[in-house]
Structure formats: C-alpha cells, structure tokens
Design a protein around this ligand. Structure first.
Ligand code: FAD
Length: 301
C-alpha cells in the first residue's frame, strides 16, 4: 500500500504529485490520457510561457512529476472503495491500494443532444478541433458555442483557411482578447441568437438546421464539419456513490479541498473550488492545496 493515489494526469493531478513527492509522500498518478490541456493548441495565459501548445505543457508537467519520483500509469479507473484503513482503486488493468486519494479527473465535452449528432459523430461532427481540425482544411465548418473554448476552436479552424461559421446561442461569454481576434478574423462568420436543432447528411454530414431564437425561423446551413463546444461535464460518474457531488456533478470540496470522505481530496476542474474558474492555473493551484491537505492528514494518522 502506498501513501496516495492520484486519479488524473492533468494539471491538477500532476501538480498534486509534484508537491506530494517534495513532501516525501509516496504517490502514484493514474490517468487514462493527458486530459483537456492536450486539446488546446495554444496556451497563452499560463505564466512563464508566452505561448506553448497544451500537449507540450502537459508533457512538461508529467516530466516534472516523474523527475520527483511519481509513477505515472495510463489506466482507466472504474471504481473506488473504502477499506478499513485505506482505499482500493480498481482500474481496467489492476487494483491499487492507498492511505489517501486525490480525485483530479477533470471534465469532458457536453453534447448538443439533437437529431443527427450521434449518427454523424466522426463523420463530420467532432468534439476536438486539435484532433480533427486538419481533416477539414479549406472547408466550410461550424463551431457551436460562445465561450473561450468555442472562440479558441474557431480561431484554430480559421488558421486552416476554413470558412468558419460560429454558431452562438445568445452572445459571447469568453475573454475580450479572444472576442476581438474572432471579430477581426475574415474567415469567421458570426451567427448570434441561433440554436442548432438538427445535423443532416447522407454518409457524411452535409449541414445543420439552425433555429433563430428571436425570429421563430429555421434555416439550413451547409457545412462539411461541426465542432461542438457547449460546455463541460465532470468525469464523476464512477464516484457518484462514493463522495458528495453538487447538482452539476462537481465534487463538493471545502477550502482545504477535502471531500465528504475523510482521506479523500479533490482538485481541478472536477471540483466546486476556484469559483468554477476552469483553467490550468487554478487546477494546478488546487493540486498543490490538495497535496498540502494530504500531508496534514497523513501526519495526523
Ligand atoms: C479547447 C480548450 C482550450 C483551453 N484553453 C485553455 C487555456 O488557454 N488556458 C487555460 O488555462 N485553460 C484552458 N483550457 C482549460 C484547461 O484545459 C482545463 O482547465 C485544465 O485542463 C483542467 O485541469 P484538470 O487537471 O482539472 O483536468 P484535465 O486536464 O481534464 O485532466 C483530467 C485527467 O483525468 C483523467 N481521467 C478522467 N477520467 C478518468 C478515469 N476514469 N480514469 C483515469 N483517468 C481519468 C484524464 O485522462 C486526465 O488525465 C482549455 C480547454 C479546452 C477544452
């Protein structure tokens, strides 16, 4: 049995690991992938880097965690259970036992839930511009959403010389610097007050039906691809009977990032912490605070 198992290899989990190792607390990071950061082509607001790709940044986090002694395992966690004085983490490959747990599983993209979306997933409909954007070079694509993710994705797709239709439910909610860039970008056509009500096509998607919210009209828009950026859902399904979640599915934490279960801590986008500011820097900060709380907890055992 080791001191701490960290679930998640994003900024929150890896920062928790770096801090734990420096407290000399033996820890293991279990992750099924690199998380949300790896989908970000260009990070410009993480101090120390004027501009860095998300994948490169998370590789640096991982290198640093391993440098200080963490074991990073790429497995998918299926279940956590409480034993008498420890916790058991069951993954698709093995079982791990630890005195404490840090939950840092992040979020995944929300779907639109409209007709044709599932049918054309991978046939035009995508949730990852970094992964799929290059397939649509010089094509006509839609991006659904008005927040930072949607704005970033629209700019990324525009850099492939695409004609990008930005489909916004009401108005933009992202950072002014990104809104200004989108407004100035000649490849981006902005449609406000519209909702995608259907994705249509034959073998591949061919377009969407747009519902105009203020005019009670619908319109067909021909598109080769559609990128959905309408929000995030916490990856907490497998812990819903284990720790307290709020009505959005976020893990309820206090300021020390303790959860409802003693010995279990949580950090990053998956928690109710940091005023729901879902960013790399806040996830990393929560990772550090959670590690500090693990240290306090273990020293009292
Ligand atoms: C398009 C886009 C652009 C963004 N741009 C920026 C930006 O410029 N600046 C910024 O600060 N933030 C940006 N963000 C947000 C940022 O990526 C997140 O806030 C940050 O990654 C959260 O870190 P995290 O560690 O909490 O979660 P994540 O980075 O999502 O990491 C979660 C980890 O948990 C793992 N995991 C999940 N479920 C399981 C399971 N069952 N078993 C094992 N492992 C599991 C995942 O594989 C991953 O390793 C952007 C996000 C997107 C989508």
């Amino acid at each position: 049995m080791i001191d701490c198992v960290i679930l998640g290899g994003g900024p929150a989990g890896l920062t928790a690991s770096i801090y734990l190792s420096r407290y000399n607390i033996q820890n293991k990071v279990i992750a099924k992938g690199f998380g949300m950061v790896s989908e970000t082509p260009d990070v410009e607001n993480y101090p120390g880097f004027k501009s860095i790709s998300g994948l490169e940044l998370i590789q640096k986090f991982t290198d640093q965690a391993q440098h200080f002694g963490a074991e990073v395992l790429y497995e998918e966690v299926e279940k956590i259970s409480k034993l008498e004085k420890s916790f058991k983490v069951k993954t698709n490959m093995a079982e791990h036992e630890a005195k404490t747990i840090v939950l840092a599983m992040g979020t995944h993209k929300r779907e639109l839930n409209v007709s044709g979306e599932k049918e054309f997933k991978g046939k035009g409909v995508s949730y990852c511009a970094t992964c799929d954007g290059a397939f649509f070079k010089e094509k006509s694509v839609g991006v659904v959403g008005g927040g930072n993710s949607a704005l970033t994705v629209a700019l990324t797709l525009s850099s492939f010389k695409n004609k990008v239709h930005l489909l916004v439910r009401s108005d933009f909610t992202g950072d002014k610097i990104l809104i200004d860039r989108v407004n100035k970008d000649e490849n981006i056509i902005i449609h406000k007050d519209v909702v995608v009500s259907e994705v249509y096509g034959e073998e591949m998607m061919q377009g969407v039906v747009l519902q105009h919210r203020k005019k009670d009209e619908t319109e067909k828009l021909e598109l080769d691809g559609l990128f959905v950026e309408v929000g995030l859902i916490p990856n907490t399904n497998f812990v819903k009977d284990f720790v307290e979640l709020n009505d959005m599915g976020l893990i309820v934490v206090n300021e020390a990032l303790r959860t409802s279960v003693p010995g279990v801590f949580a950090a990053g986008d998956v928690t109710t912490g940091s005023n729901n500011m879902w960013q790399i820097i806040t996830a990393a900060a929560e990772g550090a605070i959670a590690a500090n709380s693990v240290n306090e907890y273990l020293s009292r055992l």
